[in-house]
Design a protein around this ligand. Structure first.
Ligand SMILES: NC(=O)c1ccc[n+]([C@@H]2O[C@H](COP(=O)([O-])OP(=O)(O)OC[C@H]3O[C@@H](n4cnc5c(N)ncnc54)[C@H](OP(=O)(O)O)[C@@H]3O)[C@@H](O)[C@H]2O)c1
Length: 215
């Protein structure tokens, strides 16, 4: 059983991570802005907090083994503005806990992954400007994490498409290459992404690096 603080627990991806972690018997502190959105559940504690405030991060991170961040989202400017500052705030917050600092596992983006043509996903022609900005914000956050060597971090890029769907319990991983299915599509259900993330909590294989998950 791990003690996990989860930012973004009300979100599309975060809510699947919450369900998966609770179903496996972990103790989860969901850090949300509106606690009314979450129902009580065994193993769940709900607190309010702001991922962009390092003091708030440190307060909820104390006594935890892992801090998971699934923040961002939506189609407003707040999505882009949250991603890299959240990475910096998470690191700054847990860093204050010194040797007791939990590891960070952050939901990343697919934009920086390599395509079979040897380009990065964000080089694909015709991507809308808003999506490009989100992809590069995740790229900037990943670049930042890669400068951090005094806090244990892992960044998990979803496949090209991640949507609510079936929990099959299976997935494939790669480090820098987009995971693509036999039909040429790169996708993962949010449920299977959550399986991979909680597997990484239980059996750490990617401390200090990014990996990606596809079906
Ligand atoms: N293929 C891809 O690469 C791909 C695809 C989809 C998503 N993603 C990434 O995955 C992440 C999560 O996406 P999602 O679709 O699950 O988003 P979502 O459903 O919109 O959920 C985002 C969550 O972030 C929380 N949040 C935002 N700002 C916060 C703050 N300052 N403090 C605390 N919590 C905050 C929101 O809390 P409230 O409930 O309080 O608003 C919400 O629960 C995003 O970074 C997104 O870019 C990547």
């Amino acid at each position: 059983m791990a003690k996990i603080a989860l930012f973004g627990a009300n979100g599309t991806i975060g809510s699947r991570v919450l369900r998966e972690a609770l179903d496996r018997g972990h103790q989860v502190t969901a850090v949300v802005r509106d606690p009314a959105k979450l129902s009580e559940a065994p193993g769940l504690t709900v607190v309010t907090g702001d991922v962009l405030d390092p003091k708030s991060v440190a307060a909820v991170a104390e006594g935890q083994e892992v801090v998971v961040s699934a923040v961002g989202g939506g189609d407003g400017p707040g999505h882009i503005a949250t991603i890299e500052p959240a990475a910096k705030s998470l690191v700054a917050g847990v860093r204050t806990l010194g040797d007791a600092a939990p590891r960070i596992i952050a939901v990343g983006g697919a934009g920086s992954l390599r395509t079979p043509e040897g380009k990065q996903v964000w080089d694909t022609e015709g991507l809308p400007e808003f999506l490009l900005q989100i992809m590069h914000a995740h790229g900037d956050a990943l670049d930042y994490y890669r400068t951090v060597d005094d806090v244990r971090w892992t960044n998990i890029s979803p496949a090209g498409t991640i949507e609510p769907g079936e929990r099959t319990g299976t997935y494939r991983t790669a480090l820098e290459d987009l995971v693509i299915g036999a039909d040429g599509k790169s996708r993962i259900s949010a449920e299977d992404y959550a399986v991979a993330l909680v597997d990484e909590i239980e059996r750490p294989k990617h401390v200090g690096e990014r990996f990606t998950v596809g079906d």
